[in-house]
Design a protein around this ligand. Structure first.
Ligand SMILES: NC(=O)c1ccc[n+]([C@@H]2O[C@H](COP(=O)([O-])OP(=O)(O)OC[C@H]3O[C@@H](n4cnc5c(N)ncnc54)[C@H](O)[C@@H]3O)[C@@H](O)[C@H]2O)c1
Length: 463
């Protein structure tokens, strides 16, 4: 990590600097000596060729594949999707000879594929992950690892039995900024963590998952029966196919879609297995387009004290009709400071309470009779030394990834490095279930209107 001056920082960040300093963090006083531009590790080494195929080529499937192909030595071996237009698009991008299919089972039988990226809707994650590992493929599976809590252990078991590399796609855990935040937390820079709060409010139709439905979508261009899988049978419905997040049968609501990123990041930063109690509450407030999941949801999670962290509370909230224009912010709060985090940058603010109790201001002392006041001052001066009364000036340090940094590249690098060297992945199947657990427990709590008790070590719901 370099510790550049402000001028060097601005040069490295380029256009982002204006955005950065103009945002919520920009309102703070800028300390020129304390802006750090973090540098990614040089670990994108190429040796063996790895042939990778995409299963589920929608928004994330294309993004993931394009990212994976940035790692030297990685080649595309084919794609699978249930909408013909996405297969056609893949051929536009990667050539007319690209192997394409609507049947993932057929793709998994091919010997020229080493690894697959699974970016289907959530209800397919466990089935395809298990089938892929059993077919001898390494798996990069998008988050959440599973749609239902009870599906998680079968994925963990299959990974152990097959020995294949399996990583879950919450790419934020591979971010160099999260790594730095983790170092700062572990070093005690913000004291003992007592609260993590995150808000992910949105104000757009795509933000509320109303994605475009292609005009050529029909039961011929879409394999509807295959899409349904283990979900209840029903007639073809383009809304459900292209906007699957809005329905419990295929998605996991805002908790599985959005809370999970923060839960994953916090588990990584704090070396935490997860909370023991989860409560959530919400409503369907604005997007009454037929969806059966809430568009406003808040969750409170209690993380108990463990060997790696103090007890803290995590609160998460999503509002898809935030008339203030939306906002995305996360705060990790400790007894001696806070980390305010957004994108691949964060601000660390440090301050410390003096040892001595406060004197003056809004206090009952004001209304003591004069003799009592004098006596109190004498007592106070005897009890607290000058050092005890010293207040600490708040300190602020900003950290940012360099312009153009993409944590997905580091996440894929971690995946491919584990395949090449047999190393560990940052987000294995147990990590994936421990992140999915509290997110899916939020949905359960919302539905049952009850506190849900969760065993984060055994990864099981408790009565
Ligand atoms: N890591 C992240 O930041 C991030 C961001 C967005 C989405 N995601 C995750 O990626 C996954 C996909 O999300 P998306 O936004 O790309 O959805 P999407 O609807 O754009 O794409 C899903 C694709 O899967 C295909 N599909 C459905 N069932 C299939 C099956 N059985 N076999 C093959 N293909 C199938 C669909 O035809 C569609 O093209 C979700 O699990 C989502 O949570 C992760």
């Amino acid at each position: 990590m370099s510790t550049p001056t402000r001028r060097k920082f601005l040069r490295q960040l380029g256009g982002t600097a204006a955005l950065f300093t103009g945002g919520t963090m920009g309102a703070m006083a800028m300390d020129e000596e304390k802006i750090h531009v973090l540098q990614p590790e040089k670990r994108h080494l190429s040796n063996d060729k790895i042939r990778v195929a995409g299963i589920g080529m929608g928004i994330m499937g294309f993004g993931d594949m394009e990212t994976a192909l940035k790692i030297p030595g990685v080649e595309i071996a084919g794609v699978c999707d249930l909408y013909q237009g996405h297969l056609d698009r893949a051929k536009e991008l990667w050539g007319k000879d690209l192997y394409t299919t609507r049947d993932f089972r057929e793709l998994l039988q091919r010997k020229d594929i080493d690894a697959v990226i699974i970016a289907t809707p959530d209800h397919w994650h466990d089935h395809i992950s298990i089938a892929a590992m059993k077919a001898g493929k390494h798996v990069y599976c998008e988050k959440p690892m599973v749609q239902h809590l009870e599906e998680g252990h079968a994925v963990i078991k299959t990974q152990k039995e097959t020995g294949k590399v399996f990583i879950v796609g919450s790419q934020g855990v591979s971010s160099i900024t999260l790594a730095e935040a983790k170092r700062r937390i572990k070093a005690g820079d913000i004291g003992e963590i007592n609260l993590v709060e995150a808000v992910n409010d949105r104000f757009s139709s795509t933000g509320a998952w109303q994605y475009a439905i292609p005009l050529d979508a029909n039961p011929t261009t879409v394999d509807w029966d295959a899409f349904l899988g283990d979900a209840p049978k029903r007639p073809y419905d383009a809304n459900r196919f292209f906007r699957w997040r809005n329905y419990k049968d295929y998605g996991t609501g805002v908790a599985g879609d959005l809370f999970i990123h923060l839960i994953s990041a916090v588990h990584h930063a704090m070396d935490s297995y997860g909370p023991t109690r989860v409560f959530s509450s919400g409503q369907l407030s604005y997007w009454k387009d037929g969806r059966d999941v809430p568009d406003v949801l808040a969750a409170v999670m209690d993380y108990p004290k463990t060997d790696t962290h103090t007890a803290f509370q995590m609160t998460l909230r999503v509002n898809f009709a935030d008339g203030s224009g939306g906002s995305n912010r996360t705060r990790i709060v400790g007894s001696e400071g806070v980390i305010e985090w957004g994108g691949n940058r964060f601000t660390l603010k440090k301050q410390k309470l003096p040892k001595a109790e406060s004197l003056g201001g809004y206090d009952s002392y004001l209304h003591f009779a004069e003799p009592q006041k004098s006596e109190y001052i004498m007592w106070y001066n005897e009890k607290y030394t000058k050092e005890d009364r010293k207040s600490f000036a708040p300190e602020e340090i900003k950290f940012a990834a360099p312009i153009g940094y993409d944590d997905r590249v580091d996440h894929f690098a971690n995946f491919f490095q584990a395949i090449r060297s047999g190393g560990m992945v940052v987000e294995d199947a147990s990590f994936g279930l421990r992140a999915a657990g509290p997110a899916l427990a939020s949905n359960l709590s919302y539905e049952k209107k009850q506190i849900v008790n969760w065993d984060p070590v055994a990864m099981k719901l408790l009565k």
